[in-house]
Design a protein around this ligand. Structure first.
Ligand SMILES: [Fe+2]
Length: 267
């Protein structure tokens, strides 16, 4: 049987009634994504939320997030992004023991026959990401604990340049080469999945595929110009469905959020 891992990222939930960037109520967007998730003909085995769960890391935002996620009938796992606050995140989800009680939020979960290793790239007060020696060592040890199980690494900040200048400026600024060497040394790592970019992007990294997923709410504008503004838009929201089907690679489907006309038969 296939193992299905849904990746929902960059929710940017605010307190009820407050708008992100003074314009966008992100809560109904998350609710729509959850509805799409729960309507899927094949239920995902788990959902990983790869950071920027809230917009400002405030307790009221996490309380709202917990309320919104309360109707999700699938196991889900939370990761911090640069908009999050580790302490407030942990406090709002006391049943999520894998979040730990202090320090980086890094953990290993097993979803059927697929292992997911979540790595914390956040640095309090900074929008950009870091992988310091302690985090990289933790990852080395995590990978050494089983060198054969198919594994996905999940990070908020992608370890590659996207050509979207304002996002690359706040990308993963430390530990990229070290991460590359670690991944290259572990052929059972099948994919690096990331958030932060609010877009679907694929590239190569250390000989495998690395990807970022869209937001269920707003997307980052696609502009490679050297004078590109840091800006968002309301391109169609979505999430990723990663499938481990034992063919050696992770298969990924991009899923648009919403209800659309059809299905119609091909006749
Ligand atoms: Fe974000």
């Amino acid at each position: 049987m296939n193992t299905l891992l849904a990746q929902v990222t960059d929710l940017h939930i605010r307190a009820p009634g407050q708008l992100a960037y003074g314009r966008l109520d992100t809560a109904p967007y998350l609710s729509a994504a959850l509805s799409t998730l729960m309507r899927m003909p094949q239920k995902p085995d788990a959902v990983i939320l790869t950071g920027d769960l809230t917009d400002f890391g405030q307790p009221s935002e996490y309380a709202h997030l917990a309320e919104l996620l309360g109707r999700l009938d699938l196991p889900f796992y939370l990761m911090p992004g640069n908009h999050d606050d580790r302490k407030n995140l942990r406090a709002a989800f006391p049943a999520h023991g894998y979040l730990g009680s202090k320090g980086f939020i890094q953990y290993i979960i097993q979803v059927r026959d697929l292992r997911i290793i979540a790595i914390d790239t956040t640095e309090p007060g900074l929008s950009s990401g870091r992988l310091c020696a302690a985090r990289l060592q933790w990852l080395q040890d995590a990978l050494a604990s089983d060198t054969s199980v198919p594994t996905v690494l999940a990070l908020h900040h992608p370890p590659f340049k996207t050509l979207i200048g304002p996002m690359d400026e706040i990308g993963l600024l430390e530990g990229v080469e070290e991460l590359e060497a670690i991944v290259a040394g572990h052929p059972n790592v099948k994919r690096v999945i990331c958030g932060h970019l609010h877009r679907t992007i694929y590239t190569g990294f250390a000989g495998i595929v690395a990807s970022t997923a869209p937001s269920p709410a707003h997307q980052v504008c696609l502009d490679f110009g050297t004078d590109a503004d840091s800006a968002w838009n309301l391109e169609p929201p979505g999430f990723h469905l990663h499938v481990w089907n034992r063919q050696g690679f992770l298969l990924t489907h991009a899923v648009p959020v919403g209800q659309f006309e059809g299905p119609y038969p091909y006749l």
